[in-house]
Design a binder for this molecule. Sequence first.
Ligand code: SF4
Length: 327
Amino acid sequence: MNQFQYARPSKQKTAIEAIAKDPNAQFIAGGTNLIDLMKRGVMAPEKLIDINRLPLRKIEKENNGVRIGALALNSVVAEDKLILERHPLLAQALKSGASAQLRNMATVGGNMMQRTRCPYFYDTAMPCNKREPGTGCGAMEGFNRMHAIFGFSDKCIAVNPSDMNVALVALDASVLVAGPKGERRIPFIEFHRLPGDNPEVHTNLQKGELILSVDIPDGPYTKHVHYLKVRERASFAFALVSVAAALDIDGSTIKSARLAMGGVAHKPWRLTEAEKTLVGKPVSEASFQQAAEVAMRGAKAFEHNAFKLILGPNSIVQALKTAAGIA
Ligand code: SF4
């Protein structure tokens, strides 16, 4: 690991100034991903700005919704009374992510910022456009079992590894950030980006910006929700495919739906068209099959991940059935 400087400001302004004046500085909170990346030589920041002293840990009611501070721990959010009452889908997604030990260290902001788990990204002997632009993509013709089926480019086919992000994009969350020019709000669906020609850029956060909170509007998705994660071992693994499903049901009719997938794209993948097909439909396996078919339009597999073209729709149907209580 390279040597680096370390600062631990207690004021937001000082933290933002420190990062803005040093192009090779990085914020650190739980460090559950960044320290691994530094040990492996994938990232080598010259300065770490430890933000753990900033007052960003609260989970509170805020203007018709819930505000979750960027430094709230994943384990705390998953068990928080307000979250369990109003956003149980988020609690389920958080509990399915990582291990108990990691959830006790990892913050909400850090979870959003975590990097892909593409093995070529972590192996500095291999080509990777995300780690080193212009070197090529090892996964494209290599082992691509975990990789994308939506939204990839000819530069990168990696996926976003987070479970929490899938629930947040389904729940229409937004992200409040602060930078040298002041505060701004980013819809969660626009926070992460597709790889395009610049896979090294994984979010739309600008240099020097600090995540302050994630805000989730109140909605009707408190009862009929389910986060389904399909992975290779139940104890601790990233999703092959995951589905966040939320339904608002009146009698036996679907009033509205929220649906997103994980493990399939460079960003959490919201399924807006599939959501629309569910509105006004009866709660039935046939309705869910139709939504799954719409959801999978445009999916394309690589050599080792064709199973996702089958696992994907099956997971959508299963998640919706469980959410609706007809599984
Ligand atoms: Fe790198 Fe992306 Fe290719 Fe993986 S898929 S090797 S992260 S460029």
